[in-house]
Design a protein around this ligand. Sequence first.
Ligand SMILES: NC(=O)c1ccc[n+]([C@@H]2O[C@H](COP(=O)([O-])OP(=O)(O)OC[C@H]3O[C@@H](n4cnc5c(N)ncnc54)[C@H](O)[C@@H]3O)[C@@H](O)[C@H]2O)c1
Length: 273
Amino acid sequence: MGERLKNKVAIITGAGSILAGTGNGKATAIVFAREGAKIMATDYNLEAAEETKRIIEKEGGTCISFYADVSKASDCQKMIDTCVEKFGRVDILHNNVGMGGYAGPVELAEEIWDKTMTINLKSMFLTCKYALPYMEKQGSGVIVNIASLSAIRCQPAPALAYSVSKAGVIALTREVAIQYADKGIRCNAILPGMMKTPMVEYYNPDAYGDGSVELMWQRRDAMCPTGKQGESWDVAHAALFLASDDSKYITGTTLRVDGGLSGTQRSWPPDKK
Ligand SMILES: NC(=O)c1ccc[n+]([C@@H]2O[C@H](COP(=O)([O-])OP(=O)(O)OC[C@H]3O[C@@H](n4cnc5c(N)ncnc54)[C@H](O)[C@@H]3O)[C@@H](O)[C@H]2O)c1
């Protein structure tokens, strides 16, 4: 056990994984707990959050699981109030929940645009809305928002709603950071590139692998300068840096966790026209 988050209380949204395996939120909950944080693992799939709790407790950490659909204001308010009730404070809010999906403006259904904005962007406004008053009273707090490289760079396949929602996360991060900078509260965003996670397995095989998960993994590896996609643990360790005092003078910024992908001009790998 490390001590970089000793005695801190952290809420992780989407702390389960959409399929078997370890997504970004789950890995972050586990890494924060290993560094001494008390974890509130929240998800609208309670069973998935409970699995994360079991892993943390087996390693000797502290975790409670909690049902919250972060697209709903009442659930966000209850989540934050319950955290303060159970642990007495909220030091870290890690906004991880997000949904994927591929379509350009013509193909995209209006409902999917609305759903994507609600789940990826409005959810972060709502969790901040209810967490910030507590953090302000404490005189301290850290918010880490999971955006995406798609906020600043097109994916090979059109992902209009996803990319626009994630660009919004960067603006939300900056607004919160500047408004609360003199109140001891920091807010930063992580831009993951191509990570090999259950979420990608769920949303991306058609866009990247012509329906094949294996082909998708091969193509995504080939697009990365390192020859390999990242892992959820890479996102989790970046989040640990931003959540800990190691980054105490860093706010309002974005951290790319992309193995150099954003520095390239690569699009599809050579086998895909
Ligand atoms: N994997 C990548 O390549 C990649 C790249 C860029 C950004 N990201 C971002 O990483 C984040 C997701 O990471 P993950 O690996 O943990 O995903 P995941 O899909 O494995 O897990 C997300 C969890 O969120 C929960 N969830 C979904 N909607 C919810 C809601 N409305 N309320 C509460 N819980 C909800 C799901 O039940 C699931 O357990 C997203 O924001 C995604 O956009 C991923």
